[in-house]
Design a protein around this ligand. Structure first.
Ligand code: 3NM
Length: 219
C-alpha cells in the first residue's frame, strides 16, 4: 500500500477483541466502521479471551464486516491466523519475536510494529515495517504491561529525526485528547475503549475522525 494511502488509513485505527466489548463484537465493529473508523486490528488478548476455533471464527466474522466497509483488517501477533484468513496485515510488539523473520514470513502484507523510542523505530523501518504504533501517549487501563506514559515526546522525536513513516499514537486516547497526538506528528490515533466501551460506537468513531481531521488541518 502506498505510504500516503496508509497515512490516511491511520486516522482512526480501531483495535479490539471480544473482551473489550460489552455487546456483540461484530455489531460494535460495524458501528465503528459506520462512524468512520479507517483501519481495524483484531486483538483477542487478556483474561477470558477466546482461543482455538472460536477465536478464528470471531476473526473471520470481523474480517467479513471489514470487507463490507472496505476497511483493512489487521491481526495482532498471530502469523498463522493472518495467513489462514489472508488478512491484510499483522501488528506486533517488541516482545513478539524477531522482526526481520516476521517481515520475511509475509512480504506482501502490511506490518505494523509498536515502538517506544528512536532506535526501535529505526530498526522496525529498516526491516521493512509499514507503520509504527507509539505509546502509551496517555495513561490507559486497557493494557497493564505498557511502558511508562510518554506523552507526545517520542512521536515528536521520531518526526524531528526525519522519520516519515505512518505513525499512530496509542494509549488513553479519545475524541477530547486526540488533537494533541496529531499535532505532535502522528497521522492518526489507535484506540480500544474510546470506541469499544462507548454507548454509541458510531458516534465515538465519528467524533474521533472529526478531531483528527481538524487537527491535521491545523498542523
Ligand atoms: N498498546 P485504550 S496501549 C494495546 O502503549 C495497547 O503500546 C499500548 O487501549 C502501547 O485505547 C494499549 O483503551 C491499550 O487506552 C490502548
Amino acid at each position: 500500500m502506498d505510504k500516503a494511502v496508509l497515512k490516511e488509513k491511520m486516522k482512526v485505527y480501531f483495535i479490539m477483541g471480544s473482551t473489550n466489548c460489552s455487546t456483540d463484537a461484530k455489531e460494535v465493529l460495524e458501528q465503528a466502521l459506520i462512524g468512520g473508523a479507517t483501519l481495524f486490528q483484531f486483538r483477542e488478548k487478556g483474561e477470558g479471551c477466546l482461543d482455538g476455533k472460536s477465536r478464528a471464527e470471531l476473526a473471520m466474522a470481523l474480517q467479513n464486516v471489514c470487507r463490507r466497509y472496505n476497511v483493512p483488517f489487521i491481526i495482532n501477533d498471530d502469523i498463522k491466523l493472518m495467513k489462514k484468513l489472508n488478512a491484510d496485515g499483522l501488528h506486533v510488539g517488541q516482545e513478539d519475536g524477531d522482526l526481520e523473520e516476521i517481515r520475511k514470513a509475509f512480504p506482501g502484507k502490511l506490518l505494523g510494529v509498536s515502538v517506544h523510542n528512536l532506535n526501535e523505530a529505526r530498526h522496525a523501518l529498516e526491516i521493512g515495517a509499514d507503520y509504527l504504533g507509539v505509546g502509551p501517549v496517555y495513561p490507559t487501563g486497557t493494557k497493564t504491561d505498557t511502558r511508562p506514559v510518554m506523552g507526545y515526546s517520542v512521536i515528536r522525536e521520531l518526526r524531528d529525526n526525519g522519520i516519515d513513516a505512518p505513525i499512530v499514537g496509542i494509549g488513553g486516547i479519545h475524541a477530547d485528547n486526540a488533537s494533541g497526538v496529531v499535532q505532535s506528528g502522528a497521522d492518526g490515533v489507535a484506540v480500544i475503549t474510546a470506541i469499544s466501551n462507548h454507548q454509541e460506537p458510531a458516534a465515538a468513531a465519528s467524533e474521533l475522525l472529526k478531531a483528527v481531521e481538524k487537527a491535521k488541518q491545523n498542523h
